[in-house]
Write a protein that binds this ligand. Structure first.
Ligand code: 4NP
Length: 171
């Protein structure tokens, strides 16, 4: 997918991205950690504000899932988030809201009312392989599911940063 953010990205007005899944303990903290890592590697920290949330309140306050953290760590990515629930104010706090699956997307859109500038997209609309599919929920499966999630999110995050890069403006 070709994505166009609704404005240029400057240090004065960092681009705010919120990754969203169901529990905010597996997929969205992994996406947050990977994207944060890429931004740091490229020395672009001042251009971005990165967060994650869950559509449910099941795990509010918890650290990321232990398997998610272990796999991320094995790839050099630290997951430091604490789970929080996505809420309607987030439409005003973020420029881009990225849903991990179509069910998350539907639940996010149910909370949207009024006019906001935020754009809501599926995370895998940025995946060069299997675009617009779901990032599969790994919670009730085995370790392979978590590895698969990491690989998908690495690929999608790379493409996301690539598509935002032309909008970075030094001023
Ligand atoms: P996540 O995974 O949405 O990627 O954080 C899940 C975490 C917890 C549950 C489901 C999915 N749960 O049902 O508690």
């Amino acid at each position: 997918m070709e994505f166009h953010p609704n404005r240029n990205i400057t240090k004065k007005k960092p681009y705010r991205i919120c990754f969203v899944c169901l529990g905010n303990i597996c997929r969205s903290p992994t996406a947050e950690g990977i994207f944060q890592q890429k931004v740091t590697e490229c020395d672009l920290n001042t251009f971005f504000y990165i967060d994650s949330a869950g559509t449910s309140a099941y795990h509010v306050g918890e650290k990321a899932n232990a398997i998610s953290r272990r796999i991320a760590e094995s790839h050099g990515v630290s997951l430091l988030s604490r789970a929080r629930q996505f809420n309607s104010k987030d439409f005003y706090k973020f420029d881009l809201i990225l849903a991990m699956d179509s069910s998350n997307y539907t639940n996010i859109m149910k909370l949207k009312s009024g006019i906001t500038n935020s754009q809501v997209e599926l995370m895998r609309s940025f995946d060069p392989i299997g675009s617009n599919e779901d990032v599969p929920d790994p919670y009730y499966g085995g370790i392979n599911g978590f590895e698969n999630v990491f690989t998908i999110l690495m690929r999608s995050s790379e493409e996301l940063l690539k598509q935002l890069s032309p909008y970075l403006v030094n001023e």
